[in-house]
Write a protein that binds this ligand. Structure first.
Ligand SMILES: [Zn+2]
Length: 290
């Protein structure tokens, strides 16, 4: 692909790859710049095209526009030489095509018993990961003090933001993200090795329960079935409201002052997700059995 589509350039990338830098009109003035880097691996071409078609990064950019960052934050999707990862460093978030492909491979063929649709299984964890990396960016750029593990705090910030969307979208995003953790838990064929617990991140099982707990703590009605059906044990659920309130207090105290309240209300009142029944395009060469 040789053509470079440039709408309004606000940031120039001096790299060899072909890039598409987009600044949408609605997000003009935003401190977030976004770039689709053309994939190096031809297998990632459909992901690149679908993301652009969905205007995924432009929507993310608009969603993040209420945050008053001191510098421009670049968010880009690009190939990571086989590493299914996402990261934040030096005012830049990178989401790897390999990570998105991993989510795409794992989507369910039909809606799960917990109500997670294929599109939610893809968009939920992708949005969560972007917000998790954005939390790292905020901690750094806004010099937010963090008590406890930064990876846990980033998970909490992401969940907290998702839970402030409308109830239907909050439920879909949390459901999709929990599904992705559960897939990781189920994929483990042996008991976790000791060194897995040395990771800066919680284990997928811990992140699954932490997510359900903060969701249930935020809205025991909307997520009540998580406890009734045994996805979140009652013993943990009892204190989830306190856990949620602790996150809410820290977030409002430390981050709240950096958010434009009018833009935030507009962003949170809006619907962002594709229709729940939207048919996720089939992944080329994939035999989807779940
Ligand atoms: Zn992280």
């Amino acid at each position: 692909m040789k053509a470079v589509l440039v709408l309004v350039i606000t940031w120039t990338v001096l790299v060899s790859e072909i890039v598409t830098t987009v600044q949408t009109a609605s997000a003009r003035g935003s401190r977030v710049s976004v770039t689709y880097v053309a994939p190096k691996d031809a297998a990632h071409q459909p992901i690149y095209e679908h993301l652009k078609e969905l205007r995924f990064l432009e929507k993310l950019q608009e969603f993040l526009s209420p945050f008053q960052l001191p510098r421009i934050l670049l968010v880009k999707v690009e190939g990571c030489d086989g590493n299914p990862d996402a990261s934040y460093e030096n005012d830049m978030i990178v989401v790897c095509y390999e990570y998105i492909d991993q989510l795409w491979k794992a989507i369910p063929l039909k809606t799960t018993p917990a109500g997670v649709t294929a599109v939610d299984a893809l968009v939920g964890p992708l949005f969560d990961t972007c917000l998790h990396e954005f939390a790292h960016a905020m901690f750094d750029m806004l010099q937010v003090p963090v008590l406890g593990r930064e990876e846990d705090a980033a998970d909490q910030v992401s969940a907290y933001i998702m839970l402030h969307l409308g109830k239907i979208e909050a439920r879909r995003l949390i459901g999709g993200t929990a599904y992705a953790y559960k897939i990781e838990v189920d994929a483990a064929t042996a008991p976790p090795a000791l060194k897995q617990f040395a990771d800066a991140h919680g284990t997928p099982a811990q992140r699954f329960y932490n997510l359900l707990c903060i969701a249930y703590g935020a809205d025991a009605q909307l997520f009540g079935d998580m406890v009734e059906k045994g996805h979140l044990p009652k013993d943990r659920a009892e204190d989830c409201k306190d856990e949620y309130q602790q996150v809410a207090y820290a977030y409002e105290k430390l981050v709240g002052q950096h958010i434009d309240p009018i833009l935030a209300k507009m962003a949170l009142d809006k619907n962002w997700l594709p229709d729940a029944k939207w048919r996720v395009p089939r992944r080329p060469g994939s035999v989807q059995t779940k």
